[in-house]
Write a protein that binds this ligand. Structure first.
Ligand SMILES: NC(=O)C1=CN([C@@H]2O[C@H](COP(=O)(O)OP(=O)(O)OC[C@H]3O[C@@H](n4cnc5c(N)ncnc54)[C@H](OP(=O)(O)O)[C@@H]3O)[C@@H](O)[C@H]2O)[C@@H](O)CC1
Ligand SMILES: Nc1ncnc2c1ncn2[C@@H]1O[C@H](COP(=O)(O)OP(=O)(O)O)[C@@H](O)[C@H]1O
Ligand SMILES: [K+]
Length: 516
């Protein structure tokens, strides 16, 4: 899998419809787009059939242009000497526009889809509904999809979805009633939100994004604000050590340790900050935890910092340009005071300090979003919040729940808090108060292990320490974190993530050299 498997921008279904419209207005007819879409689908189907001896394809066509793609693909596949059957949800004569023309050009038999025998197919093409899905699927279409999913599970028949698995909402990733479970999905021009947001992503199987003749220039008018979180989004902003640099020019991150029995989380974060490239990392330790921290640290420095006053004293050195806190701190007043201190304006007016708040630093403000927002508003630099779903719910309650998707919720949270919000999970979303958002395209389930989030906190701190633009730093941190887990793979524990970062850097720097 290449590091940048997809174009950077992600569209809503409305934005995609606009891209179609602008393209058609500029002179490329819809039927050409449909032909190109079907050709892209056919090349994926043909490749899949090469690995089996079968040549039997069943195309299930719906009532709109998604169905139209299906009819064109049926014709192309038959020309390629596949054995074709077509099942239709709606009589072909009821279709409209390009889809009607596509159906009319299919001169083979058409069976009613609901009565279609699913057996005797090596591949089923799902061309029922695409980006025009407008409501929950019910009735005979829902029964057909349930039957298809069950048959796929039992028989192992492979299902290829045209544009998006039918039943997945392209803008939110939600299942609208019921949705096809596909082995592969071929989409067009740009990914839609629903390809990456859960549960949509789980329905897509292997995802391909094909060029169908829509020019990237249309994006200048559409101005998408959502992006695939992959190197293409932030590669140009990646901090690299300079030949004439020194450790202070790579920034100095401070990570705040918990008490005697809770020190591991902060050490994971501190180690990760160093591995991500911070020039120096200091672990700020309460007095009672010094004896636990000291023997466990080598390249990370250790300083005693008792409570909020101790932290304030440590941060009075303006070279310390990032502070990360939350992991292992405990929930309550003491942690709230630490957060207040971290968010206090820097001692020198020009000094900047970025802040990463995670775990207990967030939960300590449960139900007190307004208090945290006011602190963030006067902070000496960018603030990044990194909640998992539980922390997100505790901090934002219902306030951020407007809209159907995790993307909406993360965007609301960023706007409400004034911070960059990294909403964790397999479909990690990073949202900026300015409206930009990224969705992680390639997560690793091996990350579901204790302490992996603490490591991510440190990684973002490490990138911020080097002056990386904050939205890019949060996105890049999430990507590198997932990439390290993918490279390490089975058996991963949190300690392995930082240890695998050199391999991730090598891939990124290698691809930078290729770009330069
Ligand atoms: N435009 C272009 O240039 C290109 C488009 N392309 C292709 O077109 C697809 C988009 O086509 P589309 O807009 O026609 O929508 P599509 O997904 O086929 O469904 C709409 C139909 O479904 C119906 N319907 C909706 N929800 C329903 C439900 N729950 N239950 C039952 N019915 C429901 C709805 O009916 P209505 O809401 O009007 O009652 C309407 O009849 C896109 O995904 C891509 O594959 C490519 O060829 C490239 C060029
Ligand atoms: N199933 C999964 N697939 C991909 N990433 C996951 C999965 N489960 C968890 N993660 C990632 O692992 C990290 C866990 O963070 P968190 O829940 O804060 O753990 P901890 O508190 O133990 O450090 C997050 O970056 C999250 O996105
Ligand atoms: K489909």
């Amino acid at each position: 899998m290449p590091l940048d498997p997809f174009p950077t921008e992600i569209l809503t279904t409305e934005e995609m419809a606009r891209a179609d419209r602008l393209t058609i207005e500029s002179g490329l007819p819809g039927k050409e787009l449909m032909k190109n879409a079907a050709a892209a689908l056919v090349s994926v189907v043909t490749r899949m059939l090469q690995t089996s001896s079968g040549r039997r394809v069943l195309v299930l066509c719906g009532p709109g242009n998604n169905g139209g793609d299906g009819y064109v693909a049926a014709r192309l596949l038959r020309q390629a000497r596949m054995k074709l059957r077509v099942g239709a949800l709606t009589p072909p004569s009821n279709l409209r526009g390009d889809a009607l023309a596509a159906a009319a050009a299919w001169d083979g038999a058409v069976e009613p889809a609901e009565a279609c025998l699913l057996a005797n197919a090596d591949i089923v093409i799902d061309a029922l509904f695409g980006t025009g899905l407008a409501r929950d699927i019910e009735g005979k279409a829902a029964d057909l999809i349930r039957r298809l999913n069950q048959y796929r599970r039992e028989s192992g028949v492979r299902v290829v979805a045209v544009d998006i698995p039918s039943g997945i909402d392209g803008s939110s990733g939600a299942v609208r009633g019921v949705a096809v479970e596909a082995d592969a999905t071929v989409t067009f021009f740009r990914l839609k939100n629903g390809h990456l947001l859960l549960p949509g992503r789980l329905h897509c199987g292997e995802l391909t994004c094909a060029h169908i003749g829509i020019r990237s220039a249309v994006l200048g008018e559409i101005k998408p604000q959502t992006f695939v979180n992959a190197p293409g989004l932030w590669r140009n902003l990646l901090p690299l050590p300079r030949v004439d640099g020194h450790k202070y020019s790579r920034g100095h991150a401070v990570v705040v340790s918990g008490g005697f029995s809770f020190t591991g989380a902060a050490r994971l974060a501190a180690q990760a900050a160093l591995r991500t490239g911070a020039g120096l990392v200091t672990l700020a330790s309460p007095r009672d935890a010094m004896a636990a921290n000291a023997p466990a640290l080598t390249s990370v420095m250790l300083r005693e910092a008792e409570g909020a006053e101790g932290l304030a004293a440590l941060l009075s050195d303006a070279r310390k340009n990032v502070v990360a806190l939350g992991p292992g701190l405990g929930v309550g007043e003491a942690t709230r005071r630490l957060v207040e201190t971290a968010l206090e304006p820097a001692p020198e007016p020009d000094a900047k300090r970025a802040i990463v708040l995670d775990a207990d630093a967030l939960t300590s403000f449960a139900g007190e979003l307004e208090t945290l927002r006011r602190l963030i508003a006067k902070a000496p630099g960018a603030v990044v919040l990194t909640p998992h779903a539980g922390e997100f719910a505790r901090l934002f309650g219902d306030a951020a729940n407007d809209g159907p998707s995790k993307l909406d919720h993360a965007r609301n949270a960023a706007r409400l808090s004034g911070a960059i919000v990294l909403f964790k999970g397999p479909d990690t979303v990073v949202a900026s108060p300015d409206g930009r958002a990224s969705i992680l395209a390639a997560a690793s389930p091996w990350l579901a292990t204790a302490g992996s989030g603490d490591t991510l906190t440190g990684m973002i701190a490490g990138l911020l320490a080097q002056g990386m633009e904050p939205f890019a730093a949060a996105s890049c941190g999430a990507w590198m974190h997932a990439r390290a887990a993918t490279l390490f793979g089975p058996g991963l524990i949190a300690d392995d993530i930082a240890a695998t970062l050199p391999a991730v850097w090598r891939e990124l720097v290698g691809c930078l050299e290729a770009v330069l």
